[in-house]
Ligand binder design. Structure first.
Ligand code: SAM
Length: 290
């Protein structure tokens, strides 16, 4: 898929999903987000960048953990996610968080960060290697990174969603979605970006939906296929919903579903003695780490 088109689909899709995301996903993602923050082990005073921050499930907690002297820069491709997060930070009087619209493959120039986090964002980026190199570039020497992605396809009970949507709308939402969840894939992406001391953990979870409506909302409204699904006419929507619920049959529980899922969470470090991350290099946009 063309990278420009993929970014456009992502931006439009997540703009659309932004209002439903927390309703359908906040609780389900909590164990993964807790583990990301626990692994990041943020300290008061640290400078943190949260890449592909979405509605700020990580960034807002990170801002609290590094306050009052630390700061968080939260970046995302979706202008609506960024506008919503800025509003939310203002309404909660969080004054050490700034939200900025940026592509994960081009984070711009900033004072170096102590910690970079990317929670469930790398799967949507056209070239995760370039995004990993950017995470590396914006860290100070010795800085830490924590990245999470969905795990192996066979361990994610909801995985039929993508082919079900693709059979009805040519969307190619994120062609490489499960590639980073394969054993060792996240580690080798971080290694390729120059990170060291990489540690990869798998976390099995159950996504619990109280009703078919909740399972459908999470899949079709609050996530990456929201844009493609918005193009369904009524008959297509009904058939896609029926096929998706049939794909969850094995996981039905009472009036709802308990669907298995898996996350991969990796932590790593930028080596101590490397070039000044504030100095942009001519090659880093193409994935070659400085
Ligand atoms: C599943 S949400 C994760 C949000 C948040 N990090 C969390 O853990 O709840 C994925 C996010 O990735 C963002 N995204 C997709 N492609 C991106 C890109 N190329 N650069 C930056 N963000 C991107 C989307 O806009 C969306 O907000």
């Amino acid at each position: 898929m063309d990278a420009k088109l993929q970014r456009w689909v992502q931006r439009r899709g997540w703009d659309r999903a932004s209002t439903c995301y927390e309703r359908y996903w906040q609780q389900q993602l909590q164990p993964a987000i807790d583990l990301v923050l626990q692994t990041a082990d943020l300290q008061r005073g640290e400078a943190v960048i949260d890449v592909a921050c979405g509605t700020g499930l990580v960034a807002l907690r990170a801002a609290q953990q590094v306050a009052p002297t630390g700061r968080v820069l939260a970046t995302d491709l979706s202008p609506r996610m960024i506008a919503d997060l800025s509003r939310r930070a203002r309404s909660r009087a969080v004054d050490n968080l700034r939200a900025l619209c940026r592509d994960a493959e081009d984070l711009g120039d900033h004072a170096p960060f102590d910690v970079a986090v990317c929670s469930l964002g790398l799967m949507y980026v056209p070239d995760p290697g370039v995004a990993a190199a950017e995470l590396h570039r914006v860290l100070r020497p010795g800085g830490r990174v924590v990245v999470s992605v969905w795990g192996e396809r066979a361990r994610c009970g909801w995985a039929e969603l993508f082919p079900i949507v693709a059979a009805r709308v040519s969307s190619d939402v994120c062609p490489m979605f499960f590639a980073l969840g394969a054993p060792g894939a996240l580690t080798s992406t971080l290694e390729g970006a120059g990170f060291v001391d990489i540690d990869e953990t798998r976390l099995a979870v159950d996504l619990v939906y109280g009703s078919a409506e909740d399972a459908l909302g999470a899949a079709f409204l609050g996530g990456p296929v929201a844009l493609a699904a918005s193009r369904f006419d009524d008959a297509t929507r009904r058939s896609a919903h029926a096929e998706y619920l049939a794909s969850l049959d094995d996981f039905s529980e009472g009036p709802g579903y308990r669907v298995p899922g898996e996350f991969v969470i990796a932590s790593a470090r930028r080596v101590e003695n490397c070039r000044d991350p504030r100095r942009p290099t001519s090659t880093n946009q193409k994935g070659t780490p400085p």
